[in-house]
Design a binder for this molecule. Structure first.
Ligand code: GLN
Ligand code: ZN
Length: 771
């Protein structure tokens, strides 16, 4: 008996909106405040104006309900820590002295005070600050930010819906505070946290909130029965409160799975679900569970984290099904629009034929409104928009950008053998030993050298037209000469050219591949005041010309030692870009891999004996649900092997990943079949070396012995000790000596000293081995 919602007009809303402003005003104001150029009052005024402008824009596009509290000076998870009073002991003095400065201290640290750790928000490229909790954590409600932002919206005449990180997700995202046992489970604090949420909810109700949204994206990941019980308990308790607004529990980024029946049964008034991408499975699951009769369903049919226009016909069909499954159905984005740029109409340099396929935050808001109108008033009321949408979609699928017959034919003819090196590792290793003649414990670096202000200035001048291409190339060559000469003097065995020509390891290649497009204003928050402009994988990928051969060959011409070619791997190219939504990710990865495979061949032809294909994103791209892991790893490792599989046996293929915990993908790392892998290890005392050994990893590895995340210079002794530890797990014939990661964020003085010590350490340990 599912009541039809024909009577209730469908409302439109979004879960959150980009915070920075059309011209990144927020970034500028915050950074100005940090430098003392902007007063706290001026910063607050800028923030208030940006919120006001956002709400007005949303309301003017026809949205019925606007989110509040989604704004942040840095991060919404940090805001939640402040809201529940979870201030780590080391930040308390700063917070008590000044709330705003203390807030930034939690985010960024201060002299002698470490900030909160930062990590990725689910499988997006947004980073949040990890709450630190322990058995002694005392929560206390501090709803000031949420209340004032709601009041602002209400005063401006909007229907505001406060959006909070839900209590279960908040605890699941937390980690044990320093000094607390590593096996402490923050979720055990649920009973202490719920009264704080109860207080916040009551205050929001009093301030005029009819609905409050509680975001629980952690529920789209695999959860234990105990965790699902905690969900049931949390929402039973919050639902039982008498003085509260109506509760809308939101989950996004994937299907809810086993958490769906738990939430469906909970005494809350509404659910907001994602119906895009892999989360489209929510539709069948919801039907199977008998729907949520009598409740409000906020249907996320417009993809909030990718840049493509909606398929209105498909969304309307989803919505039509949903109408029978809930008390009322409202239309929304799948998640906050924080993850997409603001507006396509400011992209003057993009082909207009292509812009019509794109929807950023503003366009997505209009899509939500259009769908809600179609539901309320019938499709006739938006007939023109629907037919324009059909035409835009048709132009995309018929476009020569989307379908390049040559690329498709090549991709379709890939064989199993293409993705395999011609000889097994042991035979390749022998051929490479012959060709390269490297010492035991060879030294190398990960690729980039310090990106100096002069380099950045040169790039800015090139963009502004004050420096011509030839002048820019001369500066790059001068930089390469310096980097090569330093490495020779320092005694490094396998050199790099230093990547001075690369602003970003993905963007550099994206700009040189056909089918990729770059925006000029498509800024998206990565963390705090850091914004990035991810390129868009818009069409079939091909490589019109070599991308790295000139710089690598130039560097090689300066030295007799081998210079490594440096490429960004296919998985990382996808992970840090907006991806196509009209074909499987594996197909896009394969196209990128084939383009890179040609680059490998050209580097080889130019005499490059060592080629590194970086895949720092291999692990972070793992799907949110474990069940989807094997399929992902299958296409991801195939793409890597397709990139490198054509290399001759005496070409040494390196790969690099920058993280210390990879237990869950060690088999995939093995499957890459790279001859040498470099990994982060310095901070964890070579833990990875032991994990590799435990797995029986048969090839060479360079666990980092120099932590590049700080300006600290490791001593020769320290690096030598790490090498000795590494040797307990990896035999000398297969152990490399290198830093944890690239050096582009470091300064020259500490880089010089650290690499000299690293070489000295390698020599010291070599001498020990030969005596
Ligand atoms: N080759 C790149 C560099 O050294 C690798 C960067 C990375 O792993 N993120 O900068
Ligand atoms: Zn790295």
């Amino acid at each position: 008996m599912t009541p039809k919602s024909a009577a209730a007009a469908t409302r439109s809303t979004v879960h959150g909106y980009p915070r920075q402003g059309p011209d990144r005003e927020l970034k500028k104001a915050i950074e100005g405040y940090w430098k003392g150029r902007v007063t706290a009052d001026a910063l607050r005024e800028t923030a208030a104006r940006l919120r006001r402008d956002n709400w007005r824009e949303l309301a003017e596009s026809g949205l019925d309900e606007v989110p509040t509290g989604d704004f942040s000076y840095y991060d919404h998870v940090l805001d939640t820590s402040v809201m529940v009073g979870a201030i780590p002991a080391r930040h308390r003095a700063a917070v008590e002295a000044d709330a705003l400065d203390g807030y930034f201290t939690m985010a960024r640290g201060a002299q002698d005070v470490a900030p909160l750790e930062m990590t990725k928000w689910f499988d997006t490229n947004y980073h949040y600050l990890v709450p630190e909790l322990g058995p002694d954590t005392v929560f206390a409600a501090n709803p000031a930010k949420q209340l004032s932002e709601l009041r602002e919206a209400v005063a401006l005449g909007h229907t505001g819906r406060p959006v909070l990180v839900g209590p279960v997700t908040y605890l699941l995202l937390a980690k044990p505070a320093p000094g607390v046992a590593a096996d402490f489970e923050p979720l055990t604090l649920l009973d202490r946290l719920l009264p704080v949420y109860a207080e916040v909810l009551a205050d929001l109700r009093a301030a005029g909130a009819e609905w409050v949204q509680l975001d629980e994206p952690a529920l789209v990941q695999d959860r234990t029965p105990a965790e699902l019980n905690a969900v049931a308990r949390a929402y039973r308790d919050l639902g039982a409160l008498t003085d509260r607004p109506q509760l809308l529990v939101a989950a996004y980024f994937d299907r809810l799975g086993e958490a769906l029946p738990v939430l469906a049964k909970a005494p809350v008034e509404g659910l907001a679900l994602d119906f895009t991408g892999p989360a489209a499975a929510n539709l069948g699951d919801l039907a199977a569970a008998g729907g949520i009769p009598g409740k409000r369903l906020v249907a996320g049919v417009v993809d909030g984290r990718n840049v493509w226009i909606n398929d209105f016909a498909a969304s309307l069909s989803t919505l039509a099904t949903l109408l029978g499954l809930a008390g009322r159905v409202d239309v929304s984005t799948s998640c906050s629009l924080l993850h997409v740029p603001l507006d396509t109409t400011v992209e003057r340099d993009l082909d207009p034929g292509l812009i019509r396929w794109l929807a950023f935050a503003r366009q997505k808001t209009e899509e939500v409104v259009t769908l809600a109108r179609a539901l309320t008033g019938g499709t006739d009321t938006v007939a023109a928009r629907l037919s324009a949408n059909r035409a835009d979609l048709a132009s995309r699928s018929a476009s020569a950008i989307t379908r390049d017959p040559a690329v498709r034919a090549r991709s379709a003819s890939v064989t199993e053998a293409d993705a395999r090196r011609g000889l097994p590792y042991t035979e390749r290793a022998a051929a490479q030993r012959q060709r390269l003649g490297l010492p035991l414990l060879p030294t190398t670096t990960i690729g980039s050298f310090p990106q100096t202000t002069e380099l950045r200035t040169a790039r800015a001048e090139l963009r502004a037209g004050r420096l011509d291409a030839a002048g820019y190339d001369r500066r790059i060559e001068a930089e390469i000469r310096e980097v090569i000469s330093f490495q020779e003097k320092a005694g490094i065995d396998v050199l790099v050219h230093g990547e001075p020509e690369r602003n970003d390891m993905v963007q550099y290649f994206a700009e040189r591949l056909t089918g990729y497009v770059a925006t000029s204003h498509g800024w998206v928050q990565s963390y705090g005041t850091r914004y990035v402009r991810p390129p868009i994988l818009a069409g079939d990928i091909s490589r019109p010309a070599p991308m790295t051969v000139a710089t690598t060959s130039y560097a090689q011409s300066l030295t007799d030692r081998p210079v490594k070619g440096m490429l960004t791997g296919p998985v990382t190219m996808l992970a840090w870009s907006f991806v196509r939504d009209d074909q499987p990710l594996g197909e896009t990865a394969r196209q990128v891999a084939l383009a890179l495979r040609d680059e490998v061949a050209d580097l080889e032809a130019a005499g490059t004996a060592v080629i590194q294909v970086d895949e720092p994103a291999l692990r972070e791209t793992l799907p949110l649900r474990a069940a989807d892991g094997p399929a992902y790893l299958a296409w991801a490792t195939e793409a890597f092997r397709l990139t490198t599989g054509g290399a001759g046996p005496d070409t040494q293929i390196h790969t690099h990943m920058c993280y210390a915990e990879f237990g869950d993908i060690v088999q995939a790392i093995d499957d890459l079949d790279a001859d040498v892998i470099s990994l982060e290890a310095a901070r964890s005392h070579m833990q990875v070396a032991h994990e590799l050994a435990g797995h029986g990893y048969p090839r060479a590895a360079g666990p980092g012995v120099y932590d590049i995340h700080s300006p600290r210079v490791p001593s020769t002794q320290e690096a030598a000790d790490l090498l000795r530890t590494g040797l307990k797990a990896i035999p000398a014939e297969r152990l490399w000596v290198n830093p944890d990661c690239g050096l582009k964020t470091r300064g020259w003085p500490e880089t010089r000293a650290s690499l000299e010590n690293l070489v000295a350490a390698a020599r010291m340990v070599r001498a020990e081995l030969s005596s």
